[in-house]
Design a protein around this ligand. Structure first.
Ligand code: X2X
Length: 341
């Protein structure tokens, strides 16, 4: 009993000094809140969980990341995630370039239609000078970027028609993400785009309020979109969204240099794992995810070069207009990195 009282007294004294008994030497929070849109088993959620696991492991539990999927810390509005991160409403995030592009115009780079023909092109951007430049921009906007992961190439799906030409998209009501370039692209293609959050997209697909949507096949398959009537899939790979691991600046500054390094390396490792999972079954050597989706009776269309070119041509004006908004220098650098990949 005496021992117990001593412990309580010591604990109370430390609390009065603003110290926690477990780690009297640091000012770390008990929990760091990490925002994402989708949880595991989506690759995005897997990457985020892996970051939390590796960080806990490598800091012996000193840094505890808790994942909050569904962008619940910003009431499901993914376009406000970066602002909340910058302001410290959330501590960390693994966010899509699409969702942060309202605040960081340069991130629309990855949404330029048909800029990236393949995974090697995406890697040439994120792992090269373009990626460095983008991290500088994110840093200047008030958050500390650490590593890349991947949502994936976004394929178009719908419940009504097989899409092989822009004409097939005429009047199709498609849910698009809340970033203006998507409205511009689908309007140019003759579709009827309607912007909504991911939270609203799911019921809209279930009820048939929209005819279709665009997202990576991993999202399609985890959600079993074929059961929601999304039985036409066109593999056109028009854009892809990488993910960025980032930390609020004040939170970052509160960590020791050693812990900053651990957190960063954990993000790099988690990102590499996330990218692997995000591409699984959709590479030249392994088409198993595509085969699985076909196995559900889904009409999966692969475009010929000529068919794809018609979509490139139809969105060329949008590309040019957004090249100026993103910054012609950055886009030129990206085009060069891709040409030399
Ligand atoms: O809302 C989407 O479509 C999603 C889940 O892919 C993003 O957050 C960009």
């Amino acid at each position: 009993m005496r021992n117990f009282k001593t412990v309580i007294a010591a604990g109370a004294a430390m609390t009065m000094l603003g110290l926690t008994p477990a780690m009297a030497q640091d000012n770390y929070k008990d929990e760091y809140r990490v925002s994402t849109v989708v949880p595991a088993p989506f690759p995005w959620g897997i990457a985020t969980e892996r970051w939390a696991e590796l960080t806990a492991e490598r800091t012996d539990g000193r840094i505890n990341l808790k994942v909050y999927p569904g962008v619940q810390l910003v009431q499901g509005d993914q376009t406000r995630e970066f602002t909340a991160l910058r302001q410290g409403v959330i501590d960390m995030a693994v966010g899509s370039t699409i969702n942060w592009s309202p605040q960081i115009t340069e991130l629309n780079l990855f949404s330029l239609p048909f800029l990236m023909p393949d995974y090697a092109a995406m890697d040439a951007l994120t792992q090269g000078p373009v990626g460095e430049k983008i991290f500088e921009v994110v840093q200047a906007k008030g958050a500390v970027p650490l590593a890349w992961a991947e949502n994936g190439f976004r394929e178009v799906t719908n419940s009504k028609v097989e899409i092989r030409t822009p004409a097939d998209m005429q009047g199709l009501k498609l849910r698009v993400v809340g970033s203006p370039i998507y409205n511009d692209m689908f309007t140019a293609l003759g579709a009827n785009p309607t912007q909504m959050s991911w939270a609203d997209a799911q019921p809209a697909l279930t009820t048939g309020a929209v005819d279709g949507q665009e997202n990576p096949l991993t999202i399609y398959s985890v959600l079993k979109m074929h059961e929601l009537g999304q039985t036409n899939v066109t593999l056109w790979g028009y854009v892809a969204d990488p993910l960025i691991f980032a930390v609020n600046q004040q939170v970052w500054d509160s960590f020791t240099p050693e812990d900053q390094e651990i957190l960063k390396q954990a993000a790099v490792d988690a990102g590499a794992h996330g990218i692997e999972v995000a591409r699984k079954g959709m590479t030249d050597g392994d088409q198993s995810l595509i085969e699985e989706i076909k196995g559900y009776g889904v009409n999966v269309v692969t475009l010929t070069e000529e068919e794809r070119q018609a979509f490139v041509d139809a969105t060329r004006d949008v590309y040019d207009a957004w090249k100026d908004k993103v910054g012609a220098d950055l886009v030129n650098m990206a085009e060069e990195s891709i040409a030399n990949r």
